[in-house]
Write a protein that binds this ligand. Sequence first.
Ligand SMILES: Cc1cc2nc3c(=O)[nH]c(=O)nc-3n(C[C@H](O)[C@H](O)[C@H](O)COP(=O)(O)OP(=O)(O)OC[C@H]3O[C@@H](n4cnc5c(N)ncnc54)[C@H](O)[C@@H]3O)c2cc1C
Length: 450
Amino acid sequence: MRRILWFRRDLRIEDNPILSLGGEVLPIFIFDTHILEKLSHADARVSFIFEAAQRLKKSLQAIGLDLAIFYGRPVEVFAYLLKMGFDEVVASGDYDAYAKERDLEISRLIEFRYKYSTYLFKPNEILKDDGSPYVVYKPYYTKARKVLESQLAPSLVAEHNLVACEFDSIIRVDGKSVSHADISLESIGFVQSDKGRFSDPHEMLESFIEKIEGYHEGRDYLNQDATSRLSVHIRFGTIGVREIVRRVLALKQQKDVEPYIRELIFRDYYAYLLFHFPRLACENFKGHFNGVANEEYFQAFCTAQTGFPIIDAAVTQLLSTGTMHNRARMFCASFFTKHLLLPWQWGERFFAAHLLDYDAASNILSWQWSASTGVDAQPYFRVFNPYTQGEKFDKEALYIKKYLPKLKDIEAKRLHNEEYLRQGLIADYPKPIVSHKEARLEAIEAFKIG
Ligand SMILES: Cc1cc2nc3c(=O)[nH]c(=O)nc-3n(C[C@H](O)[C@H](O)[C@H](O)COP(=O)(O)OP(=O)(O)OC[C@H]3O[C@@H](n4cnc5c(N)ncnc54)[C@H](O)[C@@H]3O)c2cc1C
């Protein structure tokens, strides 16, 4: 049996089940031009993936294998590879719309097998007793939690039983033409971005574990470094989510690790919902209100010029670092869809363009949750007050001042005070573009009428 092992969102050898089969194998990674051609040449995610692919290649070489790196459309790469007589392709599951369509196309050319490791559970594993998917998180979590510990056996690379296929690495496949070329970021049209540099995920996990007991209390505070910051590594599988869970659960007798485990299961839940309800990618799950197309508000939001310091600071964090604190993502998405009444799809696309940890399921479902249109979403009449969010989670305005240094000399309480901000006394900074009270009432009315 000759197999192609296709690495996508699992750029690691540790705990990777695609290495658990025997036989002759060709591990590959494809820089997919369908995805790359939509990105800016400085996209930090490409830098991150590029380095991760180089590291994966070295790790595979250390166990007697290698990684063939391609640049092209997957279907063309496979058409080229199939001439070399492979029997099967093995890959980790991926369920967003493009991934499903791409995998289906490849499965028409060659036997395609999923070895699940992107998520904790297979998409049909956690179902109600009647076989339908859960649409409320709590019972999903209760069931998922019971199954979790029974299936965390590691897949050990050290025991692998694989033989490398002969192959010339690094191939550019473009239509019918195939060329061998040394790959570099520049050669595929990108430049190095420092935003895409992260520490080793295992070191990050160990330092998070040191402070995991403060996670539940601290995770909402914008200035407390209480979260794991592992989302980018989880997104690209440079650390396996099962490995994280196994490591964290080993501490459960000594520490309260459940709040963190709950978030990881949440990530699975969102992928599961997108799998079962693919229309969620662009349509409301419930409610008929679709937002109001207002370019002026959209531009103000995307350029951090809303006059709401906490919102503008969060957007600046996103634009300058490629990340945004979870609490800030929540109040920004609420502000965008409720105060500005903009379509959630616009906000989703804006985040997708800038988040290093961008994950279709987590992003789409979170936006729908905030817009009160999603599965188990927040009620439409719940509208976060950006001023009280700022007061509560950034009392001293340290987060605001970090990302908007032009506000550094203004007293913190003024930066959370609508009356003060509406006077427009801050040089070079706009007045709030909407009144909180009026915008809130307007949003409730718009969502009620639908
Ligand atoms: C509007 C909006 C958009 C979002 N878009 C994304 C996205 O594109 N990609 C993404 O990975 N997360 C997204 N999230 C979820 C969350 O904000 C990030 O996962 C989190 O901020 C990453 O930081 P961390 O690794 O320190 O998280 P931690 O608090 O350490 O959480 C651990 C892990 O659990 C997962 N997780 C945590 N919170 C959530 C959540 N609410 N939903 C789903 N998974 C979660 C992540 O994989 C995360 O790494 C979004 C949230 C909102 C409100």
